[in-house]
Design a protein around this ligand. Structure first.
Ligand SMILES: NC(=O)c1ccc[n+]([C@@H]2O[C@H](COP(=O)([O-])OP(=O)(O)OC[C@H]3O[C@@H](n4cnc5c(N)ncnc54)[C@H](OP(=O)(O)O)[C@@H]3O)[C@@H](O)[C@H]2O)c1
Length: 426
């Protein structure tokens, strides 16, 4: 019998409890022995909970689990940095395998925790930390092991994908779409880290670390959120044959790892363009397998619990058969991360200019000086006395584009640079 200590009985913890109860016989036959939840740590043992469970299992003392020699496997579903980090350290140090869904901890301390697990001869699994129910961690470590992964594009945040879908399909503004996402339970009451792109950045950092077997410092990931996307940008994107998505991008290049999260124009006929509402997807390219897309629910009680239970089965087998997951240093390479100023992209620029002759020539001169060439120029309907102008550049180094934007300050006819969005041809 494998004895489990559950840290947390919230959204995901209660889903894990339910699946372990519902599928206990099936899981037993998969592992070779049964799984038993021995104790559950929560903050408030007296709180009413909306699942049927044995309340005698609850404790508010972490040591009841972490120092309990009967418990083989600790499943961390508290979230956040502390005390979750200290609890995982203690569990590993006490010779217990750990399963976690905590993206922040894995992005920040993945290497240290994996090393500690290996030293202690136990396993650490984190399938649910990226893209909820979509299996991507084990595929990256095992199924795609015969490949050099060259690029990963992810739609890794359900809240922002839901908002952009509503802005695109129903012409809603960001605020209205966000309120609806919160009403439906897709967005947290504080959606800051979703909207800002930080949540997706942790996830792409984890995927890149595994794909390139290196440590990616989250502080090196260039992050922009969807705060500035306006209905006008979405409408113009559609006219040009694109959709706007919050993309998490990671490319292995000769100049380093190009890793970033930002809104991007993507071609409307690309498979990622069909990923709508709160769904997530990962589209990657390996040198042997070619293009692969994985699609599914990136969050939610049961989809996330499905990934956690998959890890529990794996860890349970290893405990039962006495063969922990010791597969070398998965962060063994050193690769630098490219500075965003050196990354090349094509860009969409939406400007407002005074309706005067010669203004386009002045803009073209500034762009030309900075080696920025234009793929298209669109003048939208006049809104006297200003005219909205849309420019789409060819591929250009980001620093040259930024120099051009700085140069625009000397053109008195430019009233505003409303938005700048990268165009990813994928
Ligand atoms: N929700 C999702 O869809 C989803 C998707 C992917 C990954 N994840 C990850 O899964 C993890 C859990 O998320 P969740 O949504 O299930 O969180 P949640 O609903 O807020 O549940 C957190 C649980 O941890 C307990 N807890 C919190 N702080 C504690 C502390 N200091 N000591 C003891 N217990 C504490 C809470 O106790 P009380 O019940 O007493 O308050 C609660 O049971 C996070 O790492 C999250 O990023 C979640």
């Amino acid at each position: 019998m494998i004895k489990i200590g559950l840290l947390g009985l919230g959204t995901v913890g209660s889903g894990v409890y339910s699946i372990l109860e519902k599928h206990s016989e099936n899981l037993k036959s998969k592992i070779g022995t049964g799984l038993q939840i021995e104790k559950i740590l929560v903050r408030d043992v007296s709180r009413q909970r909306d699942i049927d469970f044995d309340s005698g299992l609850l404790t508010d003392k972490a040591e009841d689990i972490l120092d309990n020699p009967e418990i083989h496997l600790v499943v961390e579903l508290i979230g956040g940095e502390e005390p979750a980090y200290q609890y995982i350290l203690k569990a590993l140090n006490n010779g217990k395998s750990v399963v976690t869904a905590n993206k922040l901890l894995i992005a920040k301390y993945g290497q240290e925790l994996m090393k500690l697990a290996a030293e202690k001869g136990v396993s650490l699994y984190f399938e649910a930390s990226v893209a909820g129910g979509i299996p991507i961690i084990r595929p990256l470590r095992e199924s795609f092991a015969a490949n050099k992964i060259e690029r990963i594009y992810g739609i890794l945040n359900g809240t922002t994908n839901y908002i952009l879908t509503k802005m695109t399909g129903e012409g809603q503004d960001l605020e209205t779409a966000l309120k609806e996402a919160q009403r439906l339970g897709y967005a947290e009451s504080d959606p800051g880290s979703d909207i800002s792109g930080a949540d997706a950045a942790y996830k792409i950092a984890i995927l890149s670390s595994l794909a390139y077997e290196t440590v990616i410092d989250i502080n090196d990931v260039h992050i922009e959120g969807i705060e500035n996307i306006e209905p006008e940008d979405i409408e113009i994107a559609r006219e040009l044959g694109y959709l706007i998505k919050l993309l998490a991008i990671s490319k292995f290049t000769a100049d380093g790892v190009d890793i970033r999260v930002h809104p991007a124009f993507i071609p409307e006929n690309h498979p990622l363009a069909s990923v709508s509402d709160a769904y997530n997807a990962i589209y990657l390219h390996g040198d042997s397998v070619g293009d692969v897309m994985l699609y599914g629910q990136g969050a939610g009680r049961l989809p996330t619990a499905s990934a956690v239970v998959a890890d529990i089965i794996q860890a349970g087998k290893e405990i039962y058969y006495g063969s922990p997951d010791i597969n070398g240093d998965i962060y063994k390479n050193v690769h630098k991360v490219m500075d965003i100023s050196q990354v090349e992209n094509s860009f969409y620029l939406r400007l407002q200019v005074k309706d005067k002759p010669g203004v386009l020539a002045k803009i073209a001169e500034v762009l030309g000086k900075n080696q920025v060439s234009l793929a298209s120029v669109i003048q939208k309907h006049r809104q006297n006395p200003v005219v909205p102008i849309v420019l789409v550049t060819h591929q250009v180094k980001e620093e040259n584009l930024q120099k051009s934007i700085a140069g625009f300050k000397n053109i008195g006819e430019i009233v505003a640079v409303n938005n700048i969005i990268r165009v990813e041809e994928l």
